[in-house]
Design a protein around this ligand. Structure first.
Ligand SMILES: [Zn+2]
Ligand SMILES: [Zn+2]
Length: 381
């Protein structure tokens, strides 16, 4: 089993219920983050673990789309998104990620994200894109090539933003730290250096190609593994496939929204497929073998004599695999009896003969109906 199996439930970690609101979740997380903050617990190594655990739980539960995936599929549903067990390997990731929350807790609203030394720079931006798959691909799982535009480090200046041959100068104001630190009571207050915007460096001669930004737009092709059983609206995460940060800092992540195309023959209901097959009145009455579609071909379905309208036939294991368990659902074939709107002379003649017969040989349901109707009209009970 994966290390996910031993992970605690995120709701349990944050001490909130499954129906908690965003505000309640944020409040609870803040409380935990303050209590377990590494600055406050220098002698307790477990505090850092609890701090990370809470951050990971908060990362998921504070994001409505991730929370939805987690609610439906648990830790396994977020596989890949959290790097196989430890959501944040580094404290700085946490500070970078929840800068705005820590801003009001530790940073005093300096507009920014806290970083430990300024030398780590800024983590790259996350990128979001989408991939469309059809039901056959959902059944098997697939590799899809996706194309996107994202920033990469400028090839001329390698991301420094400085004209090739020159290099950025260390910021005098913060001494290259990127942040200015004040002590106030219990907490260290850090704000982003106003002179260098937290970069720790100042570019005097800007690179011509990127005008000092350090980035250039690039077209990128990537293979994305789409797991079997994926559902419309789910999001995959490719860690580290977002945009690069400042040199030395971690890259952002790539989020891929999955769109499942509708199918002309099948409707999806969880891991079951539903197919509606039209049959004629005589096929229902007399029984027939009809051809039905499967995702990977076709099959013959025997309709027994006397089949009722909208009857559903269940074909085991002809549906889709479930994302987590891999358990394959069924194919439900619902028969729809089609009443012809036009008849040939011959058909009409035969049907009228049949109608005559029906008049003399009444079926059991109609018999009861006529009796009830009679007593209804005559007012008898
Ligand atoms: Zn450049
Ligand atoms: Zn500075």
């Amino acid at each position: 089993m994966s290390p996910m199996a031993t992970k605690r439930c995120y709701y349990e970690v944050l001490g909130v219920s499954r129906t908690s609101t965003e505000v309640e979740i944020k409040k609870s997380y803040k409380k935990l983050a303050v209590a377990n903050h590494p600055d406050r617990n220098p002698d307790d190594p477990d505090a850092a673990e609890r701090f990370k655990e809470a951050a990971e739980a908060y990362e998921v539960l504070s994001d409505s789309s991730k929370r939805q995936v987690y609610d439906q599929h648990g830790h396994e549903g977020l596989r890949g998104r959290s790097g196989g067990g430890a959501g944040f390997t580094d404290m700085n990731d946490i500070f970078d990620h929840f800068g705005d929350i820590f801003g009001d807790m530790f940073g005093g609203g300096g507009g920014g994200r806290r970083r430990s030394s300024g030398t780590r720079g800024r983590r790259g931006n996350d990128v979001r894109t989408k991939v469309t798959v059809n039901l056959n691909e959902v059944a098997e799982g697939c590799k899809k090539e996706i194309k996107l535009k994202r920033n990469e480090h400028c090839s001329s200046c390698e991301g420094s933003g400085a004209k090739p041959g020159t290099s950025p100068a260390t910021c005098d104001y913060c001494d290259g730290q990127g942040a200015v630190v004040k002590s106030q009571g219990f907490f260290r207050m850090q704000t982003t250096c106003p002179a260098c915007n937290g970069e720790g460096k100042i570019v005097r001669d800007k690179c011509d190609d990127c005008r000092g930004s350090g980035f250039e737009r690039q077209d990128v092709k990537l293979d994305v593994a789409v797991p079997a059983g994926v559902e419309d609206g789910m999001q995959l995460c490719l860690r580290g496939e977002g945009e690069p940060g400042t040199p030395g800092a971690p890259r952002g992540d790539l989020y891929v929204d999955v769109q499942v195309k509708s199918h002309s023959m099948f409707e999806r209901q969880g891991n079951h497929l539903v197919c509606r097959a039209p049959i004629t009145y005589t096929q229902a009455v007399l029984g027939a073998d009809i051809e039905i579609p499967l995702l990977d071909g076709k099959d013959t379905l025997t309709i027994p004599a006397g089949t009722q309208p909208n009857h559903m036939f269940r074909l085991r294991n002809k549906g889709l695999p479930e994302l987590r368990s891999g358990r394959v659902g069924d194919l439900h074939v619902e028969v729809k009896i089609e009443v012809p709107k036009k008849l040939s002379e011959e058909q009409e003649r035969v049907l009228r003969e049949l109608a005559e017969l029906e008049h003399t040989e009444v079926t059991p349901h109609r018999k009861t109906w006529f009796e009830e109707l009679k007593s209804y009209f005559t007012g008898e009970e």
